[in-house]
Design a protein around this ligand. Structure first.
Ligand SMILES: Cc1ncc(COP(=O)(O)O)c(C=O)c1O
Length: 395
């Protein structure tokens, strides 16, 4: 006898009734609508892509292929291969001065930066606990509460998109467990200065909350925001923050699903426990693949993105407000108020003219802006920017 399960699924109504409240509370329609529209577009000028437009460095491709050929295809230990953990520590020692695990620090390789974020939220948040995130936010941040039982509190950073200690302090309550900062930011490209980072560190220490720093775009920090040649990080002022970094955006290997998280051992150990029972480990061949990454010179790519950033700034000069991006490869552009359009409505008009961007409402409680990515060929970017500017001028 076959049951509903073994005969290939449940009738629609029944299966819908089995879906958890948690799943129901998550609405994926905003971004899905944009992708649906994109799928219907012929020959789009796509300014919505959130990954670098250069190929993965050859040394990394070779290392991944060699790992597969050498039969390094099995599970690794939960924390990640010791060779990669060691390379990450050496990089952090140079970059932020955290010289190895010491007595109280730890580091784990995760399945993407997303893996670090979700597992950190699981390790920290009980029902009713709060985590402060910036608004505008990376889309996943807004769901971290629903996924883990905690509550997300949005810190409004309009109009300059700086998540300053002053703005964050207003969001902290006795239930706050963590503050999640993202610099360079998705979707705004904002980079906090060292002084702003230090103020956040001091605030979090004073309030007894954990500062989580998502630095997935740390290598894409432009000359106007670099300090001592580096991207500012709160980790330079404290080793009590949770530092999350990734490889996907940096080296164009987003599909390899590689990230890492370092910080207070007591918290990283809990993250490791959740990894053991969820993802088990980051992909084995990708762990070997990213091993040579710290030797890759990214300067030519960063210079190129800095040049494209200037194209974006120049395109909108005099027609709308733009908080000049200083990192990542995004700009969060205001729809001129005189047009009387929401971000979604403006993007619909842009799509009618073949330009694909993402409405600000996908990343924010407000829908007054749109995000564009300049990780695309300069000729395509120039054409798209011309059309967007024209739409702003002529309506
Ligand atoms: C700010 C930010 N954090 C985390 C992620 C997730 O990155 P990953 O692909 O490494 O999971 C992204 C991806 O777009 C992002 O923009």
């Amino acid at each position: 006898m076959t049951t509903a399960h073994t005969s290939g699924g449940l009738p629609g109504q029944l299966s819908h009734s089995l879906v958890s409240q948690r799943a129901r509370s998550i609405d994926a329609s905003g971004i899905r609508k944009v992708f649906d529209l994109a799928a219907k577009m012929k020959d789009p000028i796509n300014l919505s892509i959130g990954q670098p437009d250069f190929p993965v460095p050859q040394s990394m491709k070779d290392a991944a292929k060699a790992a597969i050929d050498a039969d390094r295809n099995a599970y690794t230990v939960t924390q990640g291969i010791p060779e990669l953990i060691d390379a990450c520590w050496k990089h952090l020692a140079k970059d932020v001065g955290w010289d190895g695990p010491g007595d109280h620090r730890s580091l784990i390789i995760t399945s993407g930066t997303s893996g670090s974020l979700v597992l950190a939220a699981m390790a920290l948040l009980d029902p009713g606990d709060e985590i402060v995130i910036p608004d505008p936010y990376f889309v996943m941040y807004a769901q971290l509460g629903k996924m883990t039982g905690g509550t997300v509190v949005c810190c409004d950073t309009y109009p300059d998109f700086r998540m300053t200690a002053e703005r964050v302090e207003r969001c902290i309550t006795p239930r706050t467990k963590a503050v999640l900062a993202c610099s360079p930011s998705n979707p705004c490209g904002t980079v906090l200065s060292g002084a702003e980072q230090r103020d956040l560190v001091d605030l979090c220490a004073r309030k007894g909350v954990l500062l989580i720093s998502d630095e997935i775009y740390d290598e894409f920090c432009f000359s106007d925001a670099r300090e001592d040649g580096r991207c500012p990080s709160p980790a330079r002022y404290s080793d009590q923050c949770l530092l999350i970094r990734g490889f996907g955006k940096t080296y164009g290997c987003t599909g390899w699903r590689m990230g890492y998280v370092a910080g207070p051992r007591a918290i990283v150990q809990e993250i490791a426990k959740f990894q053991q029972y969820t993802y088990v480990c980051a992909p084995s061949m990708a762990q070997w693949g990213v091993l040579p990454s710290f030797g890759v010179d990214l300067a030519p790519m960063v210079t190129e993105y800095e040049r494209r950033r200037q194209m974006v700034v120049d395109a909108f000069a005099g027609v709308t407000e733009l908080a000049r991006p200083s990192g990542a490869f995004y700009a969060f552009v205001k729809v001129p108020e005189r047009l009387g359009l929401t971000g979604h409505q403006f993007v619909e008009r842009a799509i009618d003219r073949r330009v694909l961007a993402i409405p600000g409402g996908v990343f924010s409680r407000r829908d007054t802006h749109f995000r564009l990515s300049f990780a695309t060929k300069p000729s395509v970017l120039a054409e798209g920017l011309g059309i967007l500017r024209d739409l702003m001028v002529t309506g």
